[in-house]
Structures are given as C-alpha cells and as structure tokens.
Write a protein that binds this ligand. Sequence first.
Ligand SMILES: [Zn+2]
Length: 346
Amino acid sequence: MTVRHRDGIHFEFQGESRVVADARSAVGAVNVVSHAHADHTFRTTPETVVCSAETAAIAEARTGTAFEFVERTPGIELVPAGHVVGSRAAIVDLEAVGGTDGGDGIPAEGPRRFCYTGDFSIRDRCYLEGFDPHAVAADALVMETTYGLPKYRFSPQEELEAAIADWLRDNDERPLFLFGYSLGRAQKLQWLARDATDGGREILVSDSIHDVNRAIERATDGSISFSGQPYESLRGLGDELVVLPSNQARADWVETAVDREDGLKAGFSGWAVDDSFRYRGNYDVAFPLTDHCDFDELVETVRAIDPEVVYTQHGFDEAFADHLATEYGYRARPLKRDQTTLEEFC
Ligand SMILES: [Zn+2]
C-alpha cells in the first residue's frame, strides 16, 4: 500500500490505483472529487466518482460536462471541508476499499484509516460550516498545507470581517472593485458586502461569477443565494460594489474602468500577509480573507486528529512537515509529485 502524488493523490495497492483523489484523469477504481475548483472533465470514463451533489452541480456549470457520481461508497465517507460550497474531505478505510485478504497488499501493521483533506478551512464563515478535525478518526492524514509557514497567521474571522466592513463603509461615495476567485471568495465578498451595507449599495458581478452564483443557488435549492447582478457596463458608477475574478485584477479593461470611475481596488487572499500581493494586483488595500487554514489552524487540525503519519501537499509542504516532526514528533513528510520512491507500509 502506497500513497503517491501523481495527477492527484493515488492510494495504490500492488501498483494499482484503487482510490484517486482530485485528478484530471479519473484512473482510479474509485475517484474522489473534493471540490469544484479544478476542472474535472475526466478524459477517461471513470468507474466511480465520489463527491457531493453540490460539487457535481457546480463542476457541471463550470465545465459544461455532467458526470455520474455517488455521495458515498463502501470504504469512503465524505465530511464537510469548509473550503467552498460542496467541498468535502474524504475518510478512506483501506480494509473496506481494498479488502484485507486476496493479496491486496494491506499490511498487518500501519495506518488503516486515511483522512484526505483536499483544500479545507476549519472556520465557520458566511454560509459555510468549517471542517471539524475533532470529529475525524483517522490514523493517517493527507493534508493541504498552502499556508504552512508561521508568518501566515490571520486574524479571527469576526475581526477580519469587521475590518472589511469598516473599509466598505469608509469609502461609501465611490465605486469599490473587489477581487476574489470566481468560486469561493467572490460569493463571500457578495455576502459580506450585503451585510456590511445593509443591502444599501448595488452589488455588480462579472458573468462568470454570476454563473457560479446561479449554480450554487440551484445546487442548494435556493438555501444559499447571492445579491450580485451582472453589469451591462461599468460606466457612470456611483457607490457600487463590483466583484470581479482575481485573475482580472491587472487586466487593462479593469485598470481603465477603475481610473475612469475613480474607484478603489481591494484584494482578498491569505497571501495578503505579503506586501508583494498588493503590488502584484495593484490593489489599494488587501485583506487576508481566505478559504484555507492559516498556519495555526493547520497545526490544530493535526493535533486534533493526532494521526500516526502525516503527508503534506501544496504550498509549504516541506517546511510544515518539518515543523510537525521537530515540534510535535509526528512522522510527517511532503508528498512530492511524481516522486517514485515514497514510504511504503510494509
Ligand atoms: Zn480549492
């Protein structure tokens, strides 16, 4: 039994990818899709896709391709990951997915239950329930470590939201351009903006963000809804709040509109802790509003689950694994992509 980072995370038994998580090619016998950020268009016809109904609906809206899915399968249980609507972590029970006999390569000793987090956040915020590491029983943890350095510590959510609300209210006579990912941050910005201004300011969004809004509203039967409306033009703005995809922050059409309308630009990301984030996006202000754990929350997650072994991936995977090993004595190592020799449980 081996865990490898290839295209996605592979749980392999005797060279066969039995469970594959978050890959573009669904080559596993069972394929987990943790959330709808990646474009899961599946070049192969997957045998079984495990994801939430919300993830399937949002992925279909984003890619135009529907796929068959189940929300659970023997040996795999999904739990809320608190990252974006529909995001899930997966609890993988090796005995149930691989069997204990028939030479499946599951050793008598070693981890039996893996928790694979995908992207996750333990904060309850807006309309999302955070990932609850205290409710997870697992003896191995495969986790994302985007913000795995001590400098990435973010204020408590209420403080962060209060600071954003203050800035919106302090600038109530000019258009404000707010930038975040089309799925995730863009919806939370609409949510916070509506709360902070008591619905008194018009919220405009790009078509791509509007499409994601609609997909979430449909996927949740309207229990979550957003007030942003698509704009016809960005001319003649007054005090509107304009939510745009962060990859457009430096686009010419955006800079032109911001200048012409005498607007201000705000960026939202955990990377806002670094000054370079503000300069790269040419933002007037930046807030560390994120859909990931900060450093302390990553540590808290590991300590709450208290697994025998931790595999890290994304961001500061190496530094964070070192921190877990030296500070807390965990067996921890980064999962390097396409690295051929990894620890095998045997
Ligand atoms: Zn994500």
